[in-house]
Design a protein around this ligand. Structure first.
Ligand code: CO
Length: 501
């Protein structure tokens, strides 16, 4: 596949400066208040057929009593829920009451070090040999088997009450996990064959000199159908994975870990990773059933997120967001001051793994800066045609995410909607229309930080016509700090007070 061409009509959007850093930064102010209200300020019309709940997670608190966190990934998880019914919508947000959130709130100061460099006040003396991390429950939120959980990859999920978002506490998922286990924030749902029930597939990683990967498959009743353990040689930083009907696929980025600065209290663990441009990225192909573990090497790149994977004869096709190296914020740089142009941009690459010839080749689908791939969930692990991504407003180089890009991977065409210069987008999600037949017959739901009004809009677009712009913009009464991942479920979780509204 060759690169998708940018239509000339898009070029007007692609000015050299599509944002100001000051306007972008305000989206990282903490939101300390917790709200619950019907959304009454709506431009356009919420589709009457859109029924269900959009759950989102992300760091909501970016400082504790004026002490700033070093990196947003260290911020406490805050869940937002937007419920849709009969063309109306309701909003609610609530912090996950983790042990660390409660302790730091009570103490009024930072008590824990963060993986991405947040240190307790007091310099290295206050941090040396303190290896205790807090489960910040800030990365994603999942509703599966009548259970809502906030996810963070290095610890147990936190269970939440779905109507009120109250925290019920860390969960072992009915003893599937043990207290010290991890549970990734990137589960995949295998929709199964037409006559099969869907499965939740998730993993945990424990990594040091070698890496233990455990993969779990659960049915919609939350019963464990399968659990498989694999050992991968060497250290691995694994945030996401992909599935197909026969495989779990993990990318082992070429990074090494030197834990000494972390142990000595000088750096966060995530700042002790060294990217090795001279080493290959290893792709681990793990069998869901019987069969051998296979490993194929490809050129050096760094992957946080995959879009999708599928089987095509003897080939596995994997679409991933690839960075030229590990995009880490310098330990001495405040993250709000980052120079976007100094960091590599994510690009969508397609890997072709020939399992018989044991070779890998890749195409660059688009060089345009992008992240947060979304697709019709019915095509997860299966052949698919459409992907929607958050993208920069400039055609090349790294910049904040300000638009949405839809790629037709079959016809090699693209379409775009831009919220620049005042808007900054989060992760889009695809929601199929009721009775949809076409793969892209649905809506895109996306949070957009509107710096002109210092508030967040929940934006709804027709997935078949992004260029037409939003069919509805729901203005929240406040902003939501830039978030990470979420999910949409057709279930409604209105509390009694919401229903009366
Ligand atoms: Co992620």
């Amino acid at each position: 596949m060759t690169s998708v061409q940018t239509p000339s009509s898009q070029n007007a959007l692609e000015r050299s400066s599509t944002y100001t850093i000051a306007e972008w930064q305000r989206g990282y102010e903490s939101l300390n208040q917790e709200y619950s209200y019907p959304i009454t300020e709506v431009e356009g019309e919420i589709p009457a057929g859109l029924t269900g709940t959009l759950f989102r997670n992300g760091p909501g608190r970016l400082e504790v009593n004026g002490d700033r966190l070093h990196h947003p990934f260290d911020g406490d998880g805050m869940i937002s829920a937007v419920s849709f019914r009969d063309g109306k919508a309701w909003f609610r947000n609530r912090y996950v009451r983790t042990e660390g959130y409660l302790a730091e709130t009570a103490a009024g100061k930072i008590l824990y070090r963060g993986v991405f460099g947040t240190q307790k006040p007091g310099g290295w003396l206050a941090n040396i040999f303190d290896l205790k991390l807090k489960n910040i429950a800030n990365t994603s939120v999942l509703y599966w088997g009548n259970r809502l959980t906030a996810l963070w990859e290095a610890g147990l999920p936190h269970e939440l009450e779905p109507h009120t978002l109250e925290t019920l506490g860390p969960s072992t998922l009915d003893d599937i996990l043990k207290a010290q286990d991890a549970w990734s924030a990137h589960p995949r749902i295998d929709p199964g064959a037409p006559d099969e029930a869907p499965r939740l597939i998730n993993f945990s990683v424990k990594s040091a000199l070698s890496t233990q990967v455990v993969v779990y498959e659960l049915n919609p009743q939350n019963e464990l159908l399968q659990q498989k353990s694999f050992t991968i040689p060497g250290f691995a930083f694994i945030h996401d994975f992909v599935i197909t009907p026969n495989y779990y696929i993990f990318f082992q980025n070429p990074v090494t870990l030197n834990p000494l600065p972390f142990v000595l209290g000088l750096r966060g663990a995530g700042q002790c990773l060294d990217f090795r441009a001279d080493q290959p990225t290893k792709v681990w192909i793990l069998p869901r059933g019987e069969g051998e573990v296979q490993m194929l090497e490809t050129e050096s790149c760094f992957v946080f997120h995959h879009a999708n994977a599928y089987e095509a004869g003897q080939e596995l096709v994997i679409d991933s967001i690839c960075y030229a190296n590990f995009p880490i914020v310098d330990p001495d740089t405040e993250f709000r001051e980052i120079d976007f142009s100094s960091l590599p941009e994510g690009q969508l690459w397609r890997f072709h793994l020939d399992l018989a010839a044991k070779t890998v080749r890749h195409d660059v689908i688009t060089t345009r800066c992008c992240e947060f791939p979304a697709l019709n969930p019915q095509h997860s692990g299966r052949p698919y045609r459409f992907v929607v991504l958050a993208t920069a407003a400039i055609a090349s180089g790294n910049a904040p995410l300000q638009g949405l890009l839809k790629l037709d991977l079959q016809e090699q065409t693209q379409s775009m909607w831009s919220a620049a210069p005042k808007g900054f987008v989060g992760e889009p999600l695809f929601v199929a229309k009721p009775d949809a037949v076409a793969e892209d017959d649905g809506w895109i739901l996306c949070p957009v930080y509107d710096s002109a009004h210092h508030r967040t809009d929940i934006v709804i677009l027709n997935a078949q016509n992004l260029e037409a712009g939003p069919i509805a913009r729901l203005h929240l009464q406040h902003h939501i700090p830039y978030g990470l991942h979420g999910c949409f479920v057709p279930d409604l979780f209105l509390a009694e007070s919401d229903d009366a509204a």
